[in-house]
Design a protein around this ligand. Structure first.
Ligand code: FE2
Length: 196
C-alpha cells in the first residue's frame, strides 16, 4: 500500500496554511479547503514524469533568497528544495501571447497530481517557475484554480490589467477563465492548486 513520504506530508501542511492566507481572495481560500481535504487521503498510481527541462535549473536560484526566511514562504521554499528530486516536471506548449522562448524559459512542477511525486487525478498541487522576463501564454482549463505567490510576479485575468498580488498573496481563477502570468527581473515562483 502507498505510504506518503514525511517530507511530502510536511510540504502539504505548509502549502495548506499558505492557501489560507488573508491576502488570498476568499474564493481561492474556499477552493483550497476542498483541495486539501482531498489530500488528507494519500493516493498514488506510481506514474512519474521523469524528464527534466532547462528551466528546472532555475529552481535553486529562485529558492536561494527565501531559504532563510522565517515565514511560511521560507517554509515552502525549504520544503520544495527537499522534494526537488521527486517532482514531476512538465511544460505548457500551447496558448497564445506567450513570450518568445517561453517554452524553454518555464517549467511546471507537479507535486500532487498526474505524473507528480504523488500521482493522482482528483486534485493538482504544484508550482510554476518562470525565468526572468518571461510571459506565460494565455490559457484556460475547466478546473478551478488558486495561486499563491512565492516570489514577485504579475498576473492577468481575462482581458483585465496586469496586477501583482504580492508575495504571499494570490488569485483565484474560475472554471475556463482565461489567465496568464509574467515575471519581471527575477524568476517567478508561484504555487497552484486545482480541484479536478
Ligand atoms: Fe492555470
Amino acid at each position: 500500500m502507498y505510504q506518503r513520504d514525511e517530507n511530502l506530508e510536511h510540504f502539504i501542511r505548509v502549502a495548506r496554511s499558505l492557501f489560507q492566507a488573508p491576502a488570498l481572495p476568499e474564493a481561492g481560500r474556499r477552493l483550497a479547503v476542498k483541495v486539501f481535504e482531498r489530500l488528507e487521503q494519500p493516493s498514488d498510481d506510481g506514474k512519474r514524469n521523469s524528464e527534466r527541462y532547462p528551466a528546472c535549473d532555475l529552481l535553486d536560484s529562485a529558492l536561494a533568497p527565501l531559504l532563510d526566511d522565517t515565514s511560511g514562504i521560507g517554509d515552502a521554499a525549504r520544503a520544495i528544495k527537499v522534494l526537488e528530486p521527486a517532482i514531476g516536471w512538465q511544460r505548457r506548449t500551447s496558448g497564445s501571447n506567450g513570450s518568445k522562448d517561453y517554452v524553454e524559459k518555464h517549467v511546471n512542477g507537479m507535486i500532487c497530481g498526474p505524473g507528480g511525486m504523488e500521482s493522482r487525478y482528483d486534485i493538482q498541487l504544484g508550482f510554476s517557475l518562470l525565468a526572468p522576463h518571461t510571459r506565460y501564454p494565455d490559457h484556460q482549463h475547466p478546473p478551478e484554480e488558486a495561486y499563491v505567490l512565492i516570489s514577485a510576479g504579475e498576473f492577468r485575468q481575462r482581458d483585465g490589467d496586469w496586477f501583482d498580488p504580492g508575495i504571499g498573496g494570490g488569485l483565484h481563477n474560475t472554471p475556463n477563465s482565461l489567465h496568464a502570468m509574467r515575471s519581471g527581473t527575477t524568476p517567478l515562483l508561484a504555487l497552484w492548486c486545482l480541484l479536478v
